[in-house]
Design a protein around this ligand. Structure first.
Ligand code: CP
Ligand code: NVA
Length: 303
């Protein structure tokens, strides 16, 4: 594995290997001599154009635990923010840093950085994909449900955002059943569905049917970063797609509720369900750390 640009680019075998390794890293955290210096002497640049709590902290802590230095660069503080092209930024950092972790808008920027920087490059969220989150989610499914084989994941709300799209690729790669319950205008568009090709992914507006027999009820903010101007309209159209007790009641026994966070209570998820399910939701957040350590090690090995 040379880069992590999206779930789209991963194979089933690579996903399994990352999750297996994440399980082991989590179990041995703090007493794993084999990894504590595995990235020693390395500096990984973290270029962020959007806000972040979980991704930033989990990568900084993870790099530290692997012996590397994290160099956090707010895109507005470097020349990128004044218009220096991403490919020139990549050519500079590629000669100094050992890897790059990028959060931005356009997927093409991450692709270009990987090409011109020629150092391991990780997509830490673009408008198109959020692969690091999905890998943490799969780790949580492994822990809570024993795996994803034969499971039904229902994604409620803005199905056409980075999370919905990354889940669609995960469903295709792993063969798990994904239902995207979203208003027509917030379902992945035809162009995306064509690119996805044959996959166990269903699009529906029927939230009740989508909840029936689900093993994972998943949601994300209705207003992704960069979409703030559309907030009022989105909140109105997406209101019927909230995860609440009525939907949870229809899911399978033992079903989990997941949210990539940050959560907006009584918008995409009711306050009551969020608090009742906080343990599994924050386990999911913690798993960012373990999954990303596995990603960093895999990329370092793939150079
Ligand atoms: N889920 C997630 O990526 O959180 P942050 O935006 O806080 O990094
Ligand atoms: N879809 C959300 C995910 C946040 C982690 C966003 O892009 O803002």
């Amino acid at each position: 594995m040379k880069h992590l640009l999206g779930i789209e680019q991963l194979t089933k075998e690579e996903i399994f290997s990352l999750i297996d390794h994440a399980v082991e890293l989590k179990r041995k955290r703090g007493r794993d001599e084999a990894v504590k210096d595995i990235l020693k002497g390395e500096t990984w640049a973290m270029i962020f154009t959007k806000s972040s709590t979980r991704t930033r902290v989990s990568f900084e802590v993870g790099l530290n635990e692997l012996g590397a230095t994290a160099l956090f660069l707010n895109a507005n503080d470097i020349q990128l923010g004044r218009g220096e092209p991403i490919k020139d930024t990549a050519r500079v950092l590629g000669r100094m840093a050992h890897g790059a972790i990028i959060r931005t808008f356009a997927q093409q920027d991450v692709v270009d950085f990987a090409e011109y920087g020629a150092i391991p490059t990780i997509n830490a969220l673009t408008d198109e994909e959020h692969p690091c989150q999905i890998l943490a989610d799969l780790l949580t499914m492994r822990e809570r449900l024993g795996g994803w084989e034969g499971k039904k994941v229902t994604f409620f709300g803005d199905g056409d955002c980075n999370m919905g799209r990354s889940w669609a690729w995960a469903a295709k790669r792993l063969g798990l059943e994904l239902v995207i319950a979203a208003p027509r205008a917030f379902q992945p568009d035809d162009e995306f569905m064509e690119r996805l090709g044959e996959a166990p992914v269903t699009l529906t507006e029927d939230v009740l049917a989508a909840s029936d027999g689900a093993d994972v009820l998943y949601t994300d903010t209705w207003v992704s970063m960069g979409r703030e101007a559309e907030a009022a309209e989105r909140l109105k159209i997406l209101a019927p797609f909230q995860i609440n007790a009525a939907l949870v009641d229809r899911a399978n026994d033992g079903a989990i509720v997941q949210h990539c966070l940050p959560a907006y209570r009584d918008k995409e998820i009711s306050e009551a369900v969020f608090e009742e399910r906080a343990d599994e939701i924050f386990q999911q957040a913690e798993n960012r750390l373990h999954a990303q350590k596995a990603i960093l090690i895999a990329l370092a090995a793939g150079r």
